[in-house]
Design a protein around this ligand. Structure first.
Ligand code: MG
Length: 300
């Protein structure tokens, strides 16, 4: 039997955070409700960061509170950069948070203003609070396949940092191709090494479609046993520090591939496509998703 996959919808956080158009709390809540209505069961709803630095994430606590339903199985999470963000998350009743580290020194400095080592020191405090409050922590590693400032990133370093996050208590590590440079051969090589030190079910893939390789990379990872993938409705978002890095892989594009392959995802593609149309109006622009732009072929 083909292994089913889980999509982690990151449009509300990773997507919107990297868009210049700022949605209101009401619009974000509506987007979240529509996504949950399509069958999405894991979703990042925002980031507990300073609103003066990242205005797109303003009101993330309200968005979370309005979407969270303890009776539903949906696992909503928020990104927390440090202890301060974690305290806000606890106050809001969050049950899962995500922490974020870069795999190159330059990217870490430009993105979160500290060295890789310092970023892990910040996480230690987050993990302590998480344990105390029974909150799950997901770890993101960015620029795992290449850095916009340093170029190649060593696989050994990625494996070391991923293992470190896992040992610290992250229940899942999302391996990010933040600037969309990865190709399938590289995915095969890195994921194979990661699987040797971290159980495959604890690994997730976060791919960008910048060079049109996201689906090939996802399929490569799936064939290696990875079944959790991050995707963003409409292909919202990119990375402000990665030159020309547009494009989280679009939820609808990933869904189309797996659904037609007979792999269960548990998400309604037609509903996702109608969210794409609605969201294009809210964002006042054409969203980059390929399928969202052309729609499904109606067979007679
Ligand atoms: Mg991304």
């Amino acid at each position: 039997m083909k292994k089913k996959i889980t999509l982690v919808e990151v449009g509300l956080r990773d997507g919107l955070q990297n868009e210049s158009k700022i949605l209101t709390v009401e619009q974000k809540v509506e987007l979240g409700k529509r996504l949950l209505g399509s069958g999405i069961r894991r979703m990042e709803t925002g980031a507990f960061v300073r609103a003066d630095r990242i205005p797109q994430m303003q009101g993330s606590d309200d968005v979370f509170r309005k979407l969270y339903n303890p009776k539903q199985k949906s696992l909503l999470s928020v990104l927390v950069p440090n202890e301060v963000g974690m305290i806000k998350a606890i106050e809001a009743g969050v049950k899962e948070v995500a922490v974020f580290a870069g795999c190159s020194e330059s990217f870490s400095q430009k993105n979160i203003n500290c060295s890789i080592e310092e970023s892990f020191l910040r996480f230690e405090k987050v993990f302590v609070l998480a344990k105390k409050n029974k909150i799950k922590v997901r770890g993101y590693l960015s620029v795992c396949f290449g850095c916009p400032f340093e170029g190649a990133v060593s696989e050994a370093r990625v494996v070391k940092l991923a293992s470190k996050l896992y040992e610290m208590g992250a229940y899942e590590i999302s391996i990010g191709d933040t600037i969309g440079v990865a190709h399938a051969g590289q995915v095969n090589s890195l994921m194979t090494k990661l699987k040797k030190v971290i159980p495959v079910e604890k690994l997730a893939g976060h791919f960008h479609d910048t060079r049109g390789q996201a689906l090939a990379n996802i399929l490569e990872a799936y064939n290696l046993g990875i079944t959790v993938f991050d995707s963003s409705i409409g292909g919202l978002g990119g990375c402000p520090y990665a030159p020309a890095a547009t494009g989280n892989v679009a939820t609808e594009d990933v869904l189309y591939m797996f659904q037609n392959k007979g792999v269960s995802v548990g998400v309604d593609l037609n509903k996702i496509l109608s969210i794409h149309s609605w969201l294009s109006e809210q964002m006042q622009k054409q969203l980059p998703s390929k399928l969202g732009q052309v729609g499904l072929l109606k067979l007679k």
